[in-house]
Design a protein around this ligand. Structure first.
Ligand code: DAH
Length: 347
């Protein structure tokens, strides 16, 4: 093998062995660089005769072209391999199933809320909605809870600065009871001239707020208010209505209920409502589920109605608590943390 053939073979082998473009450029320098083997051969030609220069020069050029050809081919091969690697790394598997849109569902409190509206709706109750920022009159005073009355401290209140012209304090409503006044007042106005007073039968579910936070209290929670007023509405109606509601809501026909004497400024007499399940893990325990009572004459008067003629009852119950009991949830905070592992169980 001539010296040139050896150089070509060595160059091909060195280029093939170069695994990266940098390796390849280093290998190139050995043959084609300033002090490369072919370059040195060119320099060596100075000592040759003109005839010899011709043939030797031509031979070296052929060898140089062969080496350059090998170099170019190897450069291309390395670039192709690099591109291939990139394409593989960024490959999209178009046969993979697409990212599904998550299947949503109603929140357990919304489910309970819907159920409450449905059940009371079936017993002829209207559903009313009102403001969550409430003024002092509706939240307290009209409900027979005058300024400085100690019963106001039963509720830790978020007060709101509204720059009201009448300088009336505003708060985030601490209960849904103000809806009794709002609804009944509007009803009284609407029917002021009717010969026969059309009964009021309404529930008002909604958000309520108190300065309170632990496993069974949240600063924002949900209540449902109930009000039934007419010329002949009694505690018996309250008991039947609420018992029916509980039996249906909890799907427990053997459920029993009791009134326990209590105090609320807006009712007289007042009672807590306790229930006992006939089945399930809580069976046999008395559970408090609502406050209730006969609407206080002062409250009836504040509605624009005549307490000598109009009588009835009201109740207020925690929707979150009803939902906890129905779904067996032991920590109220789970409702408000937004953890899908919890929420997806209600889909
Ligand atoms: N508003 C009361 C509370 O939040 C609950 C309540 C008690 C509502 C008795 C009523 C009622 O309508 O008659 O603690």
């Amino acid at each position: 093998m001539s010296d040139l053939d050896t150089i070509i073979a060595n160059a091909q082998a060195a280029f093939a062995a170069a695994a990266t473009p940098a390796d390849l450029e280093n290998a190139k320098a050995v043959f084609l660089g300033k002090q490369g083997q072919l370059t040195e051969l060119m320099k060596g030609m100075a000592a040759l005769s003109v005839e010899e220069k011709k043939t030797r020069g031509a031979a070296i050029n052929v060898a140089k072209q062969a080496v350059e050809g090998a170099l170019t081919a190897r450069r291309q091969a390395l670039a192709d391999a690099e591109l291939d690697k990139q394409l593989k790394a960024e490959a999209l598997d178009v046969s993979l199933p697409g990212r599904q849109r998550g299947q949503g569902g109603l929140h357990p409190i919304a489910l309970a809320w819907d159920r409450i509206e449905q059940i009371f709706g079936s017993m002829g109750f209207d559903v009313a909605d009102g403001p969550e920022i409430e003024n002092d009159w509706f939240n307290f005073t009209a409900l027979n809870n005058p300024p400085n009355h100690p019963a106001r401290s039963m509720q830790d209140t978020f007060y709101v600065d509204m720059n009201d012209e009448e300088a009336q304090p505003y708060c985030l409503r601490t209960h849904t009871s103000p809806m009794q006044i709002r609804y009944a007042t509007a009803h009284a106005k609407k029917h002021a001239n009717d010969a026969v007073f059309p009964e009021i039968r309404v529930i008002a579910p909604g958000r309520t707020y108190r300065v309170d936070s632990d496993a069974t209290h949240s600063p924002m929670f949900h209540q449902v208010e109930g009000l039934w007023l007419g010329e002949n509405v009694s505690f018996k109606d309250l008991k039947i209505t609420f018992l029916n509601f509980c039996k249906t809501f909890f799907e427990d026909d053997g459920l029993v209920m009791r009134f326990r004497p209590s105090y609320f400024p807006f009712t007289e007499p007042s009672a807590e409502i306790d229930i006992q399940f006939s089945k399930g893990p809580l069976a046999g325990r008395w559970l408090e589920v609502a406050g209730s009572g006969q609407v206080h004459p002062t409250v009836v008067r504040n509605m624009g109605l005549d307490p000598e003629k109009i009588i009835g009852f009201a109740f207020g119950s925690g929707i979150d608590r009803l939902a906890m009991l129905r779904y067996g949830v032991n920590d109220l905070r789970l409702f408000f943390e937004g953890d899908v592992r919890f929420l997806s169980q209600f889909r």
